[in-house]
Design a binder for this molecule. Structure first.
Ligand code: GLN
Length: 385
């Protein structure tokens, strides 16, 4: 009998699975990275207004004009990038669709795509959906990129490299020198840097440099970001892509047939956010996240985990080997069910599970109150072991 389904060899998303387990057991969900605090009123009001004003039908497939214009202004103001809103911007259903559409637009079956490891779990499946092969190169919290090792991974089969900075899950914010190293290889091998800059405003050390701003990189870069993390609206599913016109043309076709478009009233609301929230909003976002980072990092150390304070994004990858001999998935399940704090098992961020066996990832996009409560629960683990 013919097989009725094609699962492409994927297992289910471990991150989303941990959210379900946390919900079943009433655990504090430090697994899936979504805020438990409110989005800015300016955006919520604008979304409600847009719905009442009947902005309820399809927007233009590649994005509402008001949002594309606001994005072009944002990239000019923040990064000095000149972006043509008519030819270089695509609005998608989250950065997740942005990454899938971008890769499907430029990667052919048989190509190779370089992915830093540990990785956010979507990148491998995205590459496989293109019929391409992921090639993994290590990146570590608290250590510079090994550019020689990266160079050895490039070849004439390399079509793209996925660059996530600030990085999920390691918290690395890639420096100008590291990004220049990546850029040089993209130029030499005529490969695309496909970036995931969803945490662009959430960092504590260094600064966020879009690789597209480096010499000669505009034509080699597909810059992906979105509203989810910057405006604490992960459920709105609005992502953005900046790419050269001919690449955008291909991306828009893939995007159109995949999803037609992102939610129209929410695109209006995000445009309002970009138009009205000033530098103090973005400063406040990073300041608040720094306090949450310090709180969770301190609580993890006190509970007996080993971990580095991340330079950016809102995750801490923690080594639990001083606390338990269990493998990561069993430990994560135990922590969720018995201690009431859900992390993500480390192996889900690695191509070879053994590399993540002593690691779990905690997200700190939660109120300080909830992080404090999580800290107390984790403290009990140490006492009770
Ligand atoms: N990027 C977030 C994380 O890594 C959310 C993942 C998701 O489920 N979309 O947890």
């Amino acid at each position: 009998m013919r097989t009725a389904t094609r699962t492409h060899g994927f297992t289910e998303s471990v991150i989303r699975g941990m959210t379900r387990l946390a919900n079943e057991h009433g655990a504090i969900n430090l697994a899936q990275g979504f805020p438990n605090f409110s989005a800015p009123d300016a955006l919520k009001d604008a979304a409600a207004r847009a719905i009442r004003d009947d902005i309820n039908q399809y927007a233009i497939t590649w994005g509402a004009k008001r949002l594309r214009d606001a994005l072009a202004r944002k990239y000019a103001q923040w990064y000095g990038m000149t972006v043509d809103p008519e030819a270089e911007v695509t609005v998608t259903c989250g950065a997740t669709e942005a990454m899938a559409s971008a890769l499907l637009a430029v990667v052919d079956p048989g190509d190779e795509v370089i992915v830093f490891e540990p990785f956010y779990e979507n990148y491998g499946p995205d590459t496989i959906l293109c019929g391409a092969r992921p090639v993994y190169v290590p990146i570590a919290a608290g250590a510079p990129l090994d550019l020689d090792r990266l160079a050895a991974a490039f070849s004439k089969r390399t079509r793209a490299i996925i660059v996530c900075t600030p990085n999920n899950p390691t918290g690395r914010v890639l420096s100008g020198r590291e990004l220049e190293g990546v850029a040089e290889l993209c130029r030499r091998y005529d490969a695309y840097a496909v970036t995931d800059e969803i945490y662009e405003h959430i960092y504590y050390e260094g600064k966020h440099i879009p690789i597209a701003t480096l010499d000669g990189m505009r034509d080699h870069t597909i810059t992906i970001s979105g509203a989810s993390k910057t405006f604490s609206v992960t459920g709105w599913r609005v992502g953005t892509i900046i790419a050269p016109p001919e690449v955008t043309d291909a991306i828009r076709k893939v995007h159109d047939f995949l999803t037609v478009g992102a939610p129209a009233p929410l695109q209006e609301a995000i445009a309002v956010g970009l138009e009205t929230l000033g530098p103090e909003y973005y400063r406040g976002l990073a300041v608040d996240y720094r306090a949450r980072r310090d709180l969770l990092h301190g609580a993890l150390l006190a509970a007996g985990f080993r971990c580095e304070p991340p330079e950016g994004a809102y995750y801490i990858l923690a080594d639990f080997s001083a606390l338990s001999d269990l493998p990561d998935d069993a430990f994560a399940r135990w922590l969720t069910c018995e201690a009431g704090v859900a992390p993500v098992p480390g192996s889900s961020f690695f191509s070879r599970p053994e590399l993540g066996r002593q690691l779990v990832r905690f997200a700190f996009c939660k109120t300080e109150e909830q992080l404090r409560e999580a800290g107390e629960r984790l403290q009990a683990v140490k006492g009770g072991r």
